[in-house]
Design a protein around this ligand. Structure first.
Ligand code: FAD
Ligand code: SF4
Length: 596
C-alpha cells in the first residue's frame, strides 16, 4: 500500500484584503504562477472555476475492467461527441440532445467513467461558430488531471521560425532566455527521457527513461539510417522520485497511463495540484478558492490598471470581487482570451489589454489525423512484454524543414507512438474468427503491433480567431466563445506528407503496414490550443511583452498558451510552465520595486 499525504487544509478567502496577486485558473499555468509567486513570499489568491475532486477515487487507476459494473464505461444517459458529429455539425454540439450529459470526444476513450467528472458537460459550457473539438477540464488542476504527459522543449527553430522561413513572427525570446527555466521545471517536477543532442528538440535534465520494447528498438535502428530519430517518450513523470515533494510518488510502471484518458493516482505523472499547488499552500502564502468562475478583470478607473477579478460562485451563483495588486490570467488559451474580451471598461473598450485588437486572434494549435498501424512478423508468437506499464511509448521528432525546404509546406511535424502488449491486446476486436484459434491468434499477435500518429504545426494566422458570441451564454449567464477557425492549405499538405513518410518509415524497418490513415481529424483534436494573446515587441501587433505582461496594463499578466507566438509541433505544456516561471519571477521583481 502506498502512503499518500493528504492535501493541506485550504484557508478562507478574505475578499476585504488586497492580495499581492490574484491568479485565475489552476492548471499547468496557474499552478506554476501560484508556486513561483508564493515562493517569492507574495500573498496570492488562486481562483479556480471548477471544484476540488478527490482525484484518487475518481481515477481508480488500479481497478480492472471486470471490477466495474459497465467495464469502466459511463452511464447510458451520457454521450461523448463523435468525430462524425464534430465533422458534420456546427457547435453548440449538445444542443437539442436527448442525453442527460454530453462530453467532448475524449470521453469516448476506454474507461470513460473515470473521467466523467473531470471533463466539462458540454450542456453547461456551450460555444458557437465553426466546428471545433474543444476539450475542457474544469476542476482543481485543469487538464493536467488527465494530460498525456509528453513533455517537450521548443528550440530556436520555433522561437525564431520567421527568421528561418520568413512566415509569421519571431518570439520576443530565444532558447537561451528560457533554457534556465526549462531546467528548473525539469528539476522541480521530474521528467523521464533519453539524451539525443538534437538542435531542434533540446534535451531536458532527465530522470530514468522508460525503456523501448523490441519493435520500437527495431524502428529506432532503421530510422537512424534515414537520419531520423526515435526516442523514448519524454514523460512529465518522476521516474526516480522527488525528495522535495511529499505529495508525489515515483512511477511504479503500473500502466494506468496507457489504459484510460490519463491520470495517475499516485501522482508520479505531473499534475498541478500535487506538483505545484499543495506545495504552494504549504508556504502559508496561498489562498485557494475553488468554484470561483472569473468573468471580468476589473479596472481602477483612475489609473486604467487592473484592480482585481469579478467572479461568480459556480455553486451558489453569488457574485464577488477579489482585489489584487497584480492579476495573473491562466485560465487556458481560449478561456483566457474570453476573459480578456469580456473585461470591457471605459479605459479598455475592446476588452482589457486589447488596444492592438489582437486578443482572440492568431489562434493556432496542432493538426492530427495521419496515423499508421503495423505488425512486426518476427514478434508474432514471441513471449509478451509488459508494455502497459509505462507512461508512454516513443516520440519521433520533426525532420522536415530543418536544413532542407519542403516544396509544399513550411514548418514540421512529429510522431507519437508505441508498440508491444497492452491490457487489451492490439487488434483483439478486429481479428477475425472465434474459439480456440481466435484466442491463439490474439495471444500470438498481442505484442507484435506498432502504431503512431502525427502532430503538426498549424500556422498562426490573424484571421484564425475567437470572439464573444453576442447572444449565447453559459449556465452561469456568461457570454460564450464563437470560433472562426479552420485548417489551411499548409496543414493539409503537411498531413499528406505525414501519411506518406509514416508509411515509408514502417516499410523501411520491415514492419508490415496493416492500416494507414491520411485523413485530418477535426480542428481542436490535439487539445493544444495556443496563441490568442501573443507576445511580441510591437504593442500594435501583439498583446503581451516577453514577460507575458500586457503592453497596455502593466499589472496584468497572461501566463498560459495564449501567449505563444507560433505553435511549433512540440506539445506545449512544459513550455507553458517554463514561461510562466520566468514571467512570475519578473512580476515579483517588478512588484518589489514598486513598478506595477
Ligand atoms: C487528454 C489530454 C492529453 C494531453 N496530452 C498532452 C501531452 O501529452 N503533452 C502536452 O504538453 N500537453 C498535453 N495536453 C494539454 C495540456 O493538458 C495543456 O497544455 C495544459 O493543461 C494547459 O495548461 P493551462 O493551465 O493553460 O490550462 P488547463 O490545464 O486547462 O487549466 C486551466 C484552468 O483554468 C480554469 N478556468 C477556466 N476558466 C476559468 C475562469 N473563467 N475562472 C476561473 N478558472 C477558470 C479551468 O477550470 C482549469 O482548471 C493534453 C490534454 C488532454 C486533455
Ligand atoms: S505508469 Fe507510472 S505515471 Fe503512469 S499511472 Fe502508472 S505509476 Fe503513474
Amino acid at each position: 500500500m502506498l502512503f499518500q499525504v493528504r492535501p493541506p487544509a485550504p484557508k478562507e478567502a478574505d475578499l476585504t484584503t488586497v492580495y499581492d496577486a490574484i491568479v485565475v485558473g489552476s492548471g499547468a499555468a496557474g499552478g506554476m504562477a501560484a508556486h513561483v509567486l508564493t515562493s517569492h513570499g507574495l500573498n496570492v489568491l488562486l481562483l479556480e472555476a471548477g471544484r476540488k475532486l478527490d482525484i484518487e477515487s475518481e481515477l481508480m487507476s488500479m481497478e480492472w475492467p471486470y471490477d466495474h459494473p459497465r467495464r469502466g464505461e459511463m452511464p447510458r444517459d451520457s454521450h461523448a461527441i463523435t468525430l462524425n458529429e464534430y465533422t458534420v455539425r456546427q457547435p453548440p454540439y449538445a444542443q437539442g440532445t436527448e442525453y442527460k450529459h454530453v462530453y467532448s470526444y475524449v470521453q469516448g476513450w476506454g474507461g470513460s467513467d473515470y473521467s466523467k467528472n473531470i471533463v466539462v458537460d458540454e450542456k453547461d459550457h456551450p460555444y458557437t461558430g465553426t466546428k471545433y473539438a474543444w476539450v475542457r477540464a474544469r476542476l482543481l488542476g485543469g487538464k493536467t488531471a488527465i494530460w498525456g504527459r509528453l513533455a517537450l522543449r521548443l528550440s530556436d527553430y520555433d522561437f525564431k521560425a520567421k527568421t528561418h522561413d520568413g512566415y509569421g513572427e519571431d518570439w520576443p525570446i530565444s532558447y537561451a532566455d528560457i533554457q534556465p527555466y526549462y531546467d528548473r521545471v525539469d528539476l522541480y517536477l521530474g521528467i523521464g527521457g533519453h539524451k539525443e543532442n538534437l538542435p531542434h528538440l533540446p534535451d531536458s535534465l532527465f530522470q530514468r527513461t522508460t525503456r523501448l520494447n523490441p519493435s520500437e528498438v527495431m524502428l529506432r535502428q532503421s530510422l537512424k539510417k534515414m537520419n531520423r530519430v526515435l526516442t523514448p517518450y519524454r514523460a512529465g513523470v518522476t521516474t526516480d522520485g522527488l525528495k522535495h515533494n511529499k505529495y508525489r510518488s515515483k512511477c511504479y510502471g503500473r500502466g494506468a497511463c496507457n489504459r484510460r484518458a490519463g491520470g495517475c493516482d499516485i501522482h508520479a505523472a505531473f499534475d498541478s495540484p500535487t506538483g505545484l499547488i499543495y506545495p504552494a499552500m504549504d508556504t502559508g502564502h496561498l489562498t485557494l478558492r475553488t468554484n470561483s468562475t472569473a468573468y471580468e478583470v476589473t479596472v481602477d478607473p483612475a489609473t486604467g490598471k487592473a484592480r482585481g477579478v469579478a467572479f461568480v460562485d459556480s455553486q451558489s451563483g453569488q457574485h464577488y470581487e477579489a482585489k489584487g495588486k497584480a492579476v495573473v490570467v491562466a485560465a487556458s488559451t481560449l478561456e483566457s482570451a474570453r476573459l480578456l474580451l469580456l473585461s470591457k471598461s471605459n479605459a479598455h473598450p475592446n476588452g482589457i489589454g486589447n488596444s492592438s485588437g489582437h486578443v482572440g486572434h492568431n489562434f493556432c494549435e496542432h493538426v492530427m489525423g495521419p496515423s499508421i498501424l503495423g505488425r512486426v512478423k518476427d514478434l508474432v508468437g514471441k513471449p509478451r512484454t509488459l508494455d502497459d506499464g509505462r507512461p508512454g511509448g516513443f516520440y519521433i521528432p520533426r525532420y522536415r524543414n530543418l536544413e532542407e525546404r519542403h516544396p509544399k509546406f513550411i514548418r514540421g511535424y512529429g510522431f507519437e507512438g508505441g508498440g508491444g502488449t497492452g491490457m487489451i491486446p492490439g487488434r483483439a476486436f478486429s481479428t477475425p474468427g472465434f474459439g480456440a484459434d481466435f484466442k491463439k491468434t490474439v495471444r500470438d499477435e498481442a505484442g507484435a503491433f506498432v502504431h503512431m500518429g502525427g502532430f503538426g504545426e498549424v500556422l498562426s494566422r490573424y484571421e484564425s480567431a475567437v470572439s464573444i458570441d453576442p447572444t449565447v451564454k453559459d449556465r452561469w449567464g456568461i457570454p460564450v466563445l464563437k470560433f472562426d477557425y479552420a485548417f489551411g492549405d499548409n496543414e493539409k499538405q503537411m498531413a499528406l506528407d505525414m501519411a506518406a513518410t509514416g508509411k515509408e518509415m514502417f516499410e523501411a524497418a520491415g514492419i508490415e503496414v496493416l492500416h494507414a490513415d491520411s485523413d485530418i481529424l477535426t480542428e481542436g483534436w490535439s487539445i493544444h490550443e495556443l496563441g490568442t494573446a501573443r507576445m511580441g515587441r510591437d504593442p500594435k501587433t501583439s498583446v503581451l511583452n516577453q514577460f507575458q505582461q500586457s503592453h497596455d496594463v502593466k499589472n496584468l499578466f497572461v501566463v498560459d498558451g495564449s501567449s505563444h507566438v507560433s505553435a511549433s509541433c512540440q506539445n506545449p505544456t512544459w513550455t507553458i510552465m517554463a514561461l510562466a516561471w520566468r514571467s512570475c519571477d519578473h512580476l515579483a521583481d517588478e512588484l518589489g520595486k514598486g513598478n506595477l
